[in-house]
Design a protein around this ligand. Structure first.
Ligand code: NAD
Length: 505
């Protein structure tokens, strides 16, 4: 069980319904991005721990203890799991804040309720799901034909550090709803809330072995999960680079894969946009969670006629964001997750300057007293950005906006689509018909009109192009965790009535 020590929390792995130390006895430390303090020591899984987790998942799946329960029985347990999440909101929220650098203000409203809603929504979808589809009359001879939907088996879920709890739930909820067993590998910066979720799942009635968590390095235990022939599917959220590696490795055992990868989402501001709404919306688009969000609106395309006005408004609005202690409910923006991420973001800011972009706001690490031990950076706005610059093409994963000028709608659409990514896009305009027309041209899995980060559990989320494939959330997510079987029952008792009898004999 997770126990409080004087300085830091101790977490073990969660395998077969029990807290389990790593076989090697090794651990790794988790640090608070806001102040650099060590907040937890976590068991570091090795290949034998991964083996034990997969074995537990495989055994429980094959036993039918979860996979063969009725959808009604599974839905009741999942709803109980959702209640457990809400009951334990304070602890889950705390664990998320001290490891990921999220603000308590966001986690307590969006992440906790978002996680519980996803679980409830998947339980609801499971009740309505079409598990058996009866086909029409037999072709050539009477038959009964059914198409069944069955669970896949063992799912490996590999998650990133930016939204550890929510992104684990996006995979767990549909996987469990369809009867699969799961092994989750959270990112090494942020394993705490996922480990706690596994304990809550057991308390809610999910049988031991159905939901296991192994924490440790992606390159070793992540790859072990992807290569293992007992694993039927890998559900991955993370960088495009690692997604490519996973696809390659999964091909060895022809595993199903869904990939939610990076983004460089364009926000098109039309000349008729309501700037009272648009300017805070643009800031929310690229500053939520200090810009460490895959669907951040980091390329802001602004019409010539209002370019300077929008830049001025954005700078004024950026100055109003309260940056600081993540456990203070009045804080709007926290730190980046790590020193390494801080270096990456500062490196991109330097590259923007080197390539001739004009820095109009921010651009520096924040070293004010109290924040100097954390990985804080200012919201940063670049003007005069060309779409071929590095800061416009690569995912920075920090609060850095590239504001690009355009003069016609056609040009804006062309710039918006000129990227390897296609996760999200947006249009800010008072003319909804015009915005809808533009949406049809945008190559992205989600388009927001006069909004950003508006994700709901019943709407599918996923990428076009190199932002990945497969969809999380929405009714379709249950398809991603099940497979199709066709069952044909001949209704013709005599050999001579069968169409094939005359073709061979
Ligand atoms: P990452 O790709 O470095 O790591 C993601 C996970 O994969 C971690 O658990 C990591 O340990 C594991 N991993 C690393 N190497 C591995 C390997 N060789 N084999 C198997 N697993 C491996 O990503 P990150 O830095 O944790 O997260 C940031 C990235 O995630 C960004 O690119 C962001 O856009 C993306 N992201 C995408 C979405 C989405 O829904 N599209 C959501 C959140 C984050």
């Amino acid at each position: 069980m997770a126990a409080n020590t004087q300085q830091a929390l101790d977490f073990q792995l969660y395998i077969n319904g029990e807290w389990t130390p790593a076989r090697s006895g090794e651990t790794f430390d988790v640090f608070n991005p806001a102040n650099g303090e060590r907040v937890a020591r976590v068991a570091k899984a090795g290949s034998s721990d991964v083996d034990a987790a997969i074995a537990a998942a495989r055994q429980t799946f094959d036993s039918g203890v979860w996979s063969r329960r009725t959808p009604q029985e599974r839905a009741a347990v999942l709803n109980q799991f959702a209640r457990k999440i809400v009951e334990n909101a304070q602890e889950l929220g705390y664990l998320e804040v001290i490891s990921s650098g999220a603000t308590i203000r966001r986690v307590s409203s969006m992440d906790i309720m978002g996680s519980a809603f996803v679980m409830q929504q998947s339980a609801g979808f499971a009740l309505e799901y079409c598990y058996v589809n009866h086909l029409g009359p037999g072709i050539g001879a009477p038959s009964n034909n059914q198409v069944w939907r069955e669970p896949l088996g063992v799912v490996a879920a590999i998650t990133p550090w930016n939204f550890p709890m929510i992104l684990a739930m996006w995979k767990l909820a549909p996987a469990l709803a369809m009867g699969n067993s799961v092994v989750v590998k959270p990112a090494t910066y942020t394993p705490l809330s996922t480990l706690k979720l596994a304990q809550l799942a057991t308390e809610a009635g999910i049988p031991p072995g159905v939901f296991n968590v192994v924490a440790g390095p992606g390159a070793s235990i992540g790859e072990a999960l992807v290569k293992d022939p007992r694993v039927d599917k890998v559900a991955f959220t993370g960088s495009t680079e690692v997604g490519q590696r996973i696809m390659e490795l999964a091909s060895g055992t022809v595993k199903r894969v869904t990939l939610e990868l990076g983004g460089k989402s364009p926000a098109i501001v039309l000349p008729d946009a309501d700037l009272e709404l648009t300017i805070p919306g643009l800031l929310y688009g690229f500053c939520l969670h200090t810009g460490q969000v895959c669907q951040s609106g980091t390329r802001i395309l602004v019409h010539d006629s209002m370019y300077d006005q929008v830049l001025e408004g954005m700078s004024q609005m950026a100055a109003k964001i309260k940056i600081g202690n993540t456990l203070d409910p009045s804080t709007g923006m926290g730190p980046l997750v790590s020193n390494q991420q801080l270096d990456t973001v500062l490196g991109y800011i330097q590259s923007g300057l080197d390539e001739g972009a004009r820095l109009v706001y921010g651009g520096k690490r924040i070293t004010d007293s109290g924040l100097d031990k954390g990985h804080y950076v200012e919201p940063t706005i670049f003007a005069d950005v060309r779409n071929d610059m590095k800061i416009a093409q690569e995912e920075i994963f920090g609060p850095v906006a590239s504001v690009i000028r355009y003069s016609s709608v056609e040009e804006a659409i062309e710039i918006a689509n000129d990227t390897i990514y296609g996760l999200a896009a947006g249009v800010w305009s008072c003319d909804v018909n015009q915005a809808l027309k533009i949406s049809r041209e945008l190559k992205a899995g989600t388009v927001w009109i006069n909004d950003w980060h508006a994700i709901r559990p019943d709407a599918p989320f996923g990428g076009y192009k190199q932002s990945g494939f497969g969809r999380e959330l929405g009714r379709q997510s249950l398809d991603e965790y099940s497979q199709v079987k066709h069952v044909h029952v001949s209704l013709t008792p005599e050999l001579r009535q069968r169409p094939w009898a005359s073709s061979l004999f």
